[in-house]
Design a protein around this ligand. Structure first.
Ligand code: SAH
Ligand code: MG
Length: 203
């Protein structure tokens, strides 16, 4: 599927093969209802999911407070000085996200929701066809995302989890922990695994 924009020109943390797997799943899912991602950052995953939603005439909701995760803060491994807002004295990825969506021609498809994932999850009412969890990587945030958003998946919906690393040497534990919980719960069956992306079907 043709993207409106070369993903290599967008800051972010998604491998192109993972992006392709997301598109493939979202193309079918978006015909059944809206898609939602937690963790928009500069719009890389939204570029893929949004393309699939546009094709289906559906919406992608992208949840992010746009202040960055722990690892995006000054002094940490994934800090990027270009996304530092001097006035706010904080990370601000929202202008970058917006620019990506505009360049990709997805302004009518991608709806940005700026706020904390847990606050939005608690008030959410619309069944979702696919949810990508790619937000905060502490155990607290990963668990909040899993517990807060998985009940909003429709039957037959897809739960996608990014940064799942079975080997601790490759990365942090929390996304792997929620993946294990989902699979152990009998509510989800694993369907696809590409690099650190896992796609589970809500039964
Ligand atoms: N999906 C993106 C990467 C997301 S990085 C890509 O494809 O490149 C993780 C994002 O999660 C960061 O932008 C951070 O601001 C956001 N985030 C972390 N904790 C959050 C929370 N509790 N609520 C909302 N957003 C959060
Ligand atoms: Mg990620």
């Amino acid at each position: 599927m043709k993207l409106g924009l070369d993903p290599a020109t967008v800051k972010g943390f998604l491998d192109p093969h993972e992006g392709e797997a997301l598109i493939e799943a979202a193309r079918t899912q978006a015909r059944k209802g809206p898609v939602l991602e937690i963790g928009g950052y500069c719009g890389k995953s939204a570029l893929y999911l949004g393309a699939a939603c546009a094709e289906a005439g559906e919406l992608l909701f992208s949840v992010d407070h746009h202040r960055g995760s722990e690892e995006n803060q000054p002094g940490w491994d994934y800090f990027d000085a270009e996304v530092w807002d001097e006035k706010a004295e904080a990370v601000d990825t929202l202008p970058f996200f917006r620019e990506t969506i505009r360049r990709a021609g997805l302004e009518g498809t991608v709806v940005s929701i700026v706020g904390r994932s847990i606050d939005i999850a608690r008030r959410w009412r619309t069944p979702l066809s696919l949810v990508l969890i790619d937000g905060g990587h502490t155990m607290e945030h990963a668990l909040n995302d899993y517990r807060g958003w998985s009940p909003h998946l429709m039957a037959g919906g897809v739960l996608a989890i990014h940064d799942v690393f079975p080997d601790p040497a490759d990365g942090g534990r929390p996304p792997f922990e929620i993946y294990k919980r989902a699979v152990a719960s009998d509510l989800f069956a694993e369907e696809n695994a590409v690099k650190s992306l896992r796609l589970l079907r809500r039964l």
